[in-house]
Ligand binder design. Structure first.
Ligand code: ADP
Ligand code: ZN
Ligand code: ZN
Length: 752
């Protein structure tokens, strides 16, 4: 029964910064919630204007007696903003940060962009009349007027800029001609349309040139039947790449659109290709639009406005497209739902999948998740009945999956081969070069992976408490990023006595060099962070490879997504261990996903593909099962490990970052927060919480800011959210920690 409400008055960006507080009148208590529209008195004249409740509170932030009262609930107007504000409130509650940060995430109208108007000049009189006038102007040597009339007699509609530009007719002359009734200046509002710019000649409304197969049809029928009965839910489609998921999405959306509903399709940015967009465009024409990170604020704003004004049915884009202001949303599709790019890495650190499910729940819409390697989170929920699991078991055209073989790099070392290319891989590469086929070499480096291992026996140094790999630091020690456990870096392997104990250093550049030395005749392309600084670099390299301008493409995980290269018959994974031993419990899951995706690149054409997986851990289940493409078995193994170690999705995890410009202050604050919670536990105020740390995150100091992390685990997400509230309030109340900021990340993907 909150006494006060914080209200934003206008959703144009500037005023978001400052909510205004109002008193809640008796009659409205119990009836307000974040997102609801109200009428309030505002300004000196107490004009009545519309506002949105963003927060309810019992604490007056100003002098109580001077606060004005809310006039009434406003039943009219724009409910989609209200929905999005409620969603912002949910995001703040579940991921931390301020309401303001949450609002700026869901209402991405960051600036009032001037609406672009397209103006053109047309003839307002008949051609005969115009000819007559033309003669008159020629007589009077009114050359500017002559130029304009001549142009209009030639082309009945000339763009305004062309008149003032090329024809060199001043606005004053145009105005004068307009006043004489000879010409009209037409203004048309024009929406920058990123899709039609791609290919305006494509026929819209085109049906696919195939009918869905029975598996696809069954999935469409199942989801549509629920939808028809307003039985909205979350569905997980598990189907290998090329099994026809996109075709299913398009069919579902088409049916919803026919009923006046709209759809949001989320795709990872890197998979947001021309081909994908064109498939939607062919079906939905101008009623589909895209958002991507290279668009300007103004362009994004235009697309949101088109959606809000009913000009669109489908929006495709990465994470932020989730907040498209559709007022009658039917579906949210999340393709490649396991991708870590769906998790925001800035405050609020929301997960688009969870936020999508919440948005759908609020408005009555269904969510469809799709992946060849579902996240453990989603599969777990599907198994528990929270999501409905649907399978696409066969590939379209029944192209066989590639065969994989695992190469034990320890054996290579024993036989004296210290190259990053195993004997077997070299043999296959040579064969492909001879046959004129293409191949990809893939280094699955991801984030900071400073693990230390023995190259003779494969032993990896792990934290005895957390079972994640220890990371080597410059000071020669190995550290656990979860709990802070340390030990000195060893000189010899404790398991086999070998002296080949070290971190793994090879990068793509080094590999390129090795390949060029071994196969001087081969044409090699390299794709990594350095060669793709700009987007063109990325597309150029892929296009060159697709055109057969190179035999070998070497790259990081960038090369494994979304592209079809029918002539690739060999994929080499150089060191599967790189993603396996990241200092994060998700290592095996990431490895399984990356290996499966990489394998999917081989054998897209007629010939069956072959995959070579090189590793020092050939017995690890994620590698064995990825080679066999057995997702189900992998899931069972991995979930039992998570259960044992109390990791998500079985338990929930929250990491808190404590940061400040002073090392001592940071440490002191982290310790105090830890103790505070420890006491709360002892007093029984909080139960079942497990705390780990404080420890140094992988990057303990950035730009002279010192950082510490504490990990929390609990069976219950809501309990962690409450711990977050306690910690936020504690920091607010303690003046001595003024220079300290804390941030939270729930079920982190990449962590701090
Ligand atoms: P996914 O999204 O699972 O990778 P797609 O929907 O992209 O699969 O389908 C892969 C390819 O097969 C596409 O070129 C698509 O046009 C084609 N396709 C999909 N469904 C069928 C079908 N029922 N019959 C024939 N071709 C199909
Ligand atoms: Zn060893
Ligand atoms: Zn540890």
């Amino acid at each position: 029964m909150a006494e006060y409400a914080n209200i934003i008055i206008d959703i144009s960006h500037e005023k978001l910064d400052r909510p205004f507080q109002y008193r809640v009148p008796e009659g409205l208590k119990n009836r307000l919630y974040p997102g609801i529209q109200v009428l309030v008195p505002f300004g000196n004249g107490n004009r009545t204007i519309r506002g949105y409740v963003i927060e309810l509170t019992d604490e007056a932030e100003f002098d109580k007696d001077r606060l004005k009262e809310i006039t009434a609930i406003d039943m009219e107007g724009v409910p989609v903003e209200a929905q999005l504000i409620s969603l912002a409130a949910w995001i703040k509650e579940n991921y931390g940060g301020t309401m303001n940060q949450a609002l700026k995430t869901v209402l991405p109208v960051h600036q009032k962009t001037r609406q672009k108007e397209k103006k053109s000049v047309t003839l307002a009189v008949s051609r005969d009349k115009a000819q007559e006038q033309l003669a008159a102007f020629q007589k009077k040597h009114n050359t500017a007027r002559v130029r304009l009339l001549e142009a209009l007699l030639d082309t009945p509609k000339v763009p305004y800029e062309a008149v003032t530009g090329k024809l060199n007719v001043t606005p004053a002359v145009i105005r004068a001609m307009e006043e004489l009734g000879l010409v009209t200046v037409e203004k048309e509002q024009f929406w920058r349309n990123p899709v039609s710019a791609l290919n305006s000649s494509a026929a819209a409304g085109e049906s696919p040139d195939f009918t869905l197969n029975s598996e696809q049809q069954q999935i469409v029928d199942t989801i549509s039947a629920d939808f028809g009965e307003e039985h909205y839910g979350t569905y997980l489609i598990h189907g290998v790449t090329g099994s026809g998921k996109t075709a299913v999405y398009i069919e579902l959306i088409a049916r919803a659109v026919a009923e006046g509903r709209q759809a949001i399709v989320l795709i990872p940015e890197i998979a947001l290709t021309y081909q994908t967009v064109m498939r939607f465009y062919k079906r939905f024409g101008d009623r589909v639009s895209v958002l991507h990170s290279r668009m300007s604020q103004g362009e994004r704003y235009d697309q949101f406005l088109r959606a809000k004004n009913g000009g669109l049915d489908v929006m495709i884009g990465p994470r932020s497209a989730l907040f498209t202001p559709f007022s009658n949303l039917g579906y949210i599709i999340i393709d490649e739902e396991h991708e870590s790019s769906y998790k925001s890495e800035t405050v609020p650190r929301y997960h688009a999948r969870e936020a999508a499910i919440e948005r759908a729940r609020m408005v009555g819409a269904s969510v469809v998740l799709g992946s060849a390697t579902p996240s453990l989170e989603s599969y777990y929920k599907a198994k528990q009945g929270e999501y409905r699991l649907l399978n696409l078991r066969t590939r379209i055209e029944e192209k066989p999956l590639p065969t994989s073989e695992i190469i034990d790099l320890r054996e290579e070392l024993k036989q004296g081969n210290r190259s990053i290319l195993s004997g077997r891989l070299q043999e296959l590469m040579e064969d492909r070069l001879k046959k004129g086929q293409q191949m990809m070499l893939f280094l699955n480096r991801r984030g900071v992976s400073g693990f230390v291992s023995c190259r003779a026996c494969g032993h990896v140094f792990r934290c005895p408490h957390c079972d994640v790999s220890l990371s080597q630091h410059n000071n020669g020690r190995m550290v656990c990023h979860y709990c802070g456990y340390q030990e000195p870096a060893p000189k010899i392997c404790p398991q086999c006595g070998s002296k080949y104990v070290s971190g793994f250093k090879a990068g793509t550049q080094k590999i390129e060099q090795v390949v060029k030395e071994r196969f001087p005749e081969a044409r090699v392309l390299r794709m990594d962070f350095d060669t793709t600084r700009n987007k063109e670099g990325y597309e150029k390299i892929l296009a060159a490879f697709a055109n057969g301008e190179a035999d070998i493409l070497i790259g990081t995980q960038m090369i494994v997504k979304g592209h079809d290269f029918p002539n690739v018959t060999l994929v080499g994974i150089l060191a599967a261990d790189l993603s396996l031993h990241i200092s994060d419990y998700r290592g095996p899951e990431r490895t399984f996903q990356l290996l499966t995706q990489a394998a999917g690149r081989a054998g897209r054409g007629q010939e069956r593909g072959r995959v070579v997986i090189q590793t020092y851990s050939p017995d690890h289940y994620s590698i064995l099962l990825a080679a066999r493409q057995d997702y189900e078995a992998f899931y069972e193994q991995e979930i039992s490990y998570r259960r044992l170690m109390k990791y998500p999705p079985v338990w929930h995890m929250m990491v808190m970052l404590v940061a400040s410009g002073k090392q001592e202050l940071t440490e002191q604050c982290a310790r105090l927060l830890w103790e505070k919670l420890q006491q709360a536990q002892e007093k029984g105020k909080i139960q079942g919480l497990s705390m780990i740390g404080p420890a140094d995150p992988p990057i303990a100091k950035v730009n002279d800011i010192y950082r510490k992390v504490i990990y929390f685990k609990h069976e219950n997400y809501a309990a962690l959210a409450r711990v977050k509230d306690v910690l936020e309030q504690f920091i607010k109340r303690h003046r001595e920690f003024d220079g300290v900021t804390i941030q939270f990340d729930f079920n982190p993907m990449n962590g701090f």
